[in-house]
Ligand binder design. Structure first.
Ligand SMILES: C[S@@+](CC[C@H](N)C(=O)[O-])C[C@H]1O[C@@H](n2cnc3c(N)ncnc32)[C@H](O)[C@@H]1O
Length: 162
């Protein structure tokens, strides 16, 4: 069984507080209205999907997705997003990218399905932090980086929009 399915039952109890703090920082920094469409990649139990607009969440862990009450849930992986290009106003990924099997392919997929605005919250202690940051810089323009307890939250725009 995959790691996140093993810990699924205790996930919210362990992580809800810290993930809600990241969500509130994201909400303070992006503009949404009731027509905004958000994709949450690696949405897990949906803590990071708590926006007052349409949210689709995708995650490979059935155990976490079963607890997800926020928005439309899709069982799947970041490396192959089942959406057309330019489908979402915001593509976000909260404390998840370090878990993706193919980070480069996942970043390309997130860029493809987004219209131009992206938020990536990256676990600072991950050994892949430097690699992920480099890849974000390669593909996006970071307009703000917020240091949160365990994560750095990067607010980005597609370079093609500049
Ligand atoms: C620390 S959890 C974060 C969950 C959620 N974003 C939150 O803030 O609570 C990391 C998530 O990444 C998901 N994940 C792992 N590999 C993935 C992949 N290849 N594509 C999408 N999500 C993946 C896990 O199943 C897990 O839900």
């Amino acid at each position: 069984m995959a790691y996140y399915d093993v810990i699924a039952k205790g996930y919210n109890e362990l992580h809800r507080g810290e993930q809600l703090n990241k969500l509130s920082i994201i909400k303070e920094n992006i503009k949404i209205n009731k027509n905004t469409k958000i994709l949450d990649v690696g949405c897990g139990t949906g803590i990071s999907s708590g926006f007052e607009c349409f949210v689709a969440g995708i995650d490979p862990s059935i155990g976490l997705l079963r607890q997800n009450k926020n928005g439309k849930k899709i069982l799947g992986a970041a490396e192959s997003l089942p959406f057309k290009a330019n489908s979402f106003d915001y593509v976000i990924s909260v404390t998840a990218i370090h878990s993706f099997k193919n980070i480069r392919k996942s970043m390309e997929e997130m860029k493809r399905v987004g219209k131009g605005n992206f938020v990536f919250s990256i676990l600072k202690k991950s050994g892949k932090f430097g690699y992920i940051k480099k890849m974000i810089e390669e593909k996006f323009r970071i307009w703000k980086a917020v240091e949160e307890g365990k994560d750095t939250i990067f607010f980005c725009r597609a370079k093609s929009l500049e």
